[in-house]
Write a protein that binds this ligand. Sequence first.
Ligand code: GDP
Length: 445
Amino acid sequence: MFESLSERLGGVFDRLTKQGALSAEDVKTALREVRVALLEADVSLPVARQFIKAVEGKATGASVTKSVTPGQQVVKIVHDELIAMLSGDGPADALKIDNPPAPILMVGLQGSGKTTTTAKLAKRLKDREGKRVLMASLDTNRPAAMEQLAILGTQIGVDTLPIVKGENAVQIAKRAKQQATFGGYDVYMLDTAGRLHIDEVLMDEVQAVRDVAQPRETLLVVDGLTGQDAVNVATEFDEKVGVSGVVLTRMDGDGRGGAALSMRAVTGKPIRFVGLGEKMDALETFEAERIAGRILGMGDIVALVERAQETLEKEQAERMAKRFQKGLFNMNDMRGQLEQMLKMGGMQGVMGMMPGMAKYAKQAEEAGLNDKTIQHQIALINSMTKQERANPQLLQASRKKRIAAGAGLEVSELNKLLKMHRQMADSMKKMAKMGKGGMLKQAMK
Ligand code: GDP
């Protein structure tokens, strides 16, 4: 999957990574090609635009890490942005299938791979999670589809609800629920009737089934080869029946991959699984990192940049430690600490590790210092001049006003920042004075 997209992107980045220093113009040209590659992969235009904008913003502002070329840095930024785009707000949760018997509603267009995926998922739940699964076909229009599920069930050793002629979908759903309850099943899967396109009558039927079954998960199966259509189908199904996750099938084909890229961005729905073939075990959980890696096919460069960044961070930390040993702590140091905090997701992380700082970490948390206020503080420091950062004593009323306005914040917030800085700087000085063999020095070894 993704061959064509990754080939195209590969070509763009090959040219980039060979160059030593990149100009803003180089980045622009490369990103224009990335945009074409995305559009060719059937990523929707607004999503492609949004993607390019995000990468451009980061590439322009990025400080280039020593020992990697700017081109390599751009590859890493594109890689990270691909992951962000694929995973939306975060990785998809595991399927909600506790509280047996948990109903899973399978929906999608005819031919999307819905029945196959139902069986694949049942097998996966049985083999990997030891669940007892019951499958039921609700496709009363197509007896062949009901038989297909029964055959697959026998093949994978998963029970199917016996076929009773003349029942409608809602009746079958009720019977499945009963049998799952009395039969002690953990999960029952309802394979709804496929449709060739979105069709009111069948949608009403799915809604009725949904109301009876109250599914814990409603998984939409879409053909990954259909690109933007897959995304449109997902949007419609979500509006009509509510979808909790998406399964993209046929990702083993030489598809253009665009559906995967746009799905999360457009529908906001997580991709739960990808189908990678006709065999019953050709179903993988969806992992943004792995997919991003496949799209870009540049794992080496990404790893290289990550290593270089780690080295740089280590150097910065060492430099900072040396300053602290001398009792130096200006606004640049403060900003470094704040940025670390954001990265480590909490006050305790960084400050708690520094002797004497644990106290402030606690105070700061009590004073309501959270990610947002930390970002405000960083904005305030960014709004200072170089001299002011090096020498915060310079800050008198008029400068304070200018800085606060520059960050779009109140002077009172700046005052809080200054107070916190003073306290931290005092502690640094005291600790440095406490002696050469003192606590801090020990801790820095
Ligand atoms: P339904 O009408 O949505 O229930 O579709 P089916 O489950 O009957 O699948 C239609 C065809 O697609 C079958 O031949 C499947 O074997 C095939 N199929 C399903 N999923 C995949 C997949 O991930 N990759 C490939 N290559 N074929 C698939």
